[in-house]
Design a protein around this ligand. Structure first.
Ligand code: AMP
Ligand code: GLY
Length: 435
């Protein structure tokens, strides 16, 4: 029987989700709202805002959709999941209340403390708590991270090396309009050192099925320099991490978080993402996200050895079995091509050429693209596309990804040349300001 899936969002993650759901199946019809140039090729795009919960629910009902998959954090926080559930539609993605694990950092930190999930020491407050915030900053010798409490497009954390830097970051957050309402309150936490890794699991509100671990490269330029971005590329699995580690994180981090959310009456259905730092004192959680990572999804989903849509459907129906998702014993490397100016103001409207020259087994997930009348594509956003290659090992995958991305071009295109390179993992930079 034909299955109809509605994917909410417009990034590379959503293109990868659409691809994974339809992969090797002719009994699946995919709608993406609003989608991008790439999803238009493999699915039907419907123009609406991903955060317009009522319209998404109406569309799902009108098109008799079997499953809605929520891509971005903003859609979950805007209540897309709640509106679809209220309309009687099956949803893979959290309610707004469950998504608070991402949309409020102070909520997440308190839940971690209460559930025994290891995380950095922290304090929270608004302008009226300035004295207490500054006292904490003094206690940790100025080495801290100042975070807007609310959603800030992944750009709300400032890593500080001194009290002076931290006070400036507090000003920017609490006094400036930089993050809007998201910055009315801040979380200040002790700055940790170590390699970062992401472990994600699917959940039906009760059980966790863990995905292959991944590592994102957040900084704009080679050698982890420059401003933070949404992510310039990713690898799965990282060379220093195996699936056994991911299962350990599922037991000690993801499952306790899922249990705590259920105990609060806000069961979490969807993909729970733990951003971790491997410190000399042990693994610490930096953040939870209530969704797939972008570009982590682009490297994880192609590695799956069981149908993604079946997993999402089982999770949405409360029928997921705990354990690990079956994956191929291969490595994936994804390199993001960004537009001139990214992560600041970007140039758009340039034609993307060379896509037809990619190897047939190499994947290209679109993000900021739109299709033209003649089947050509134009840039339409900061992160434009992500070229993903699989290989027997990381080096194979990396060579193939770079060989292929070199065949694609558009005016102002830039990408990192060290995604997945040994010795260039994503490390917290003691001196860097990640804003
Ligand atoms: P977040 O907004 O919580 O995802 O943090 C964004 C980035 O800031 C992380 O990926 C880390 O690179 C860095 N970061 C966050 N928290 C800490 C911390 N406690 N210590 C060091 N770096 C951090
Ligand atoms: N790539 C980081 C994120 O999706 O949050």
């Amino acid at each position: 029987m034909l299955k109809r899936v509605l994917i909410v969002g417009s990034g590379g993650r959503e293109h990868a989700l659409a691809w994974a759901c339809a992969r090797d199946r002719d009994d699946v019809e995919v709608i993406v709202a609003p989608g991008n140039g790439g999803t238009a090729r493999i699915a039907e795009n419907v123009v609406l805002s991903a955060t317009d919960a009522a319209s998404v629910a109406r569309l799902a009902r009108a098109r008799d959709v079997d499953l809605v998959i929520i891509g971005p954090d903003a859609a979950a926080a805007a209540g897309v999941g709640d509106a679809c559930l209220a309309a009687g539609v099956t949803v893979f993605g959290p309610t707004a209340a469950a998504a608070r694990i991402e949309s409020s950092k102070s909520y997440a930190k308190a839940l971690m403390d209460e559930s025994g999930i290891a995380t950095a020491r922290w304090v929270t407050g608004g302008s009226e708590d300035r004295v207490a915030l500054e006292r904490f900053i003094a206690d940790v010798g100025g080495a801290c991270v100042v975070k807007a409490d609310g959603l800030a497009l992944g750009k709300g954390a400032v890593v500080c090396a001194s009290a002076e830097e931290a006070h400036t970051a507090l000003d920017a957050c609490l006094l400036g309009a930089r993050y809007g309402d998201a910055g009315d309150r801040v979380v200040v936490e002790e700055r940790l050192q170590g390699l970062e890794v992401s472990v994600l699991g699917l959940s039906d509100g009760r059980s966790v099925r863990v995905l292959p671990p991944a590592r994102d490269h957040k900084r704009a330029f080679d050698g982890d320099r420059g401003p933070n971005t949404g992510g310039m590329g990713a690898v799965a699995p990282p060379p220093d991490i195996d699936h056994g580690f991911a299962e350990h994180v599922a037991r000690t981090v993801l499952q306790p978080c899922i249990d705590a959310l259920r105990a609060r009456g806000t069961a979490f259905v969807g993909c729970l993402y733990a951003g971790l730092m491997l410190t000399p004192e042990g693994t610490r959680v930096l953040e939870f996200n209530a969704r797939f990572g972008d570009p982590e999804a682009q490297v994880m989903l192609p590695l799956l050895a069981e149908p993604a849509l079946d997993l999402f459907t089982m999770a949405a129906r409360g029928e997921l079995e705990a354990g690990r998702v079956a994956v191929q014993e291969r490595s994936a490397v994804g390199v993001v091509a960004a537009a001139a100016g990214y992560p600041g103001d970007v140039r758009t409207g340039d034609e993307i050429v060379g896509l037809e020259r990619l190897d047939p087994d190499v994947l290209c997930f679109h993000a900021g693209t739109r299709s033209g009348a003649g089947g050509e594509f134009y840039t339409a956003g900061g992160r434009v596309l992500c070229v993903v290659a699989l290989g027997q090992g990381l080096d194979d995958a990396r060579r193939c990804a770079y060989d292929n991305i070199g065949r694609v071009s558009f005016t102002g295109m830039h990408f990192r040349s060290d995604i997945g390179a040994t010795g260039a993992p994503s490390r917290s930079d003691p001196l860097g300001v990640t804003a």
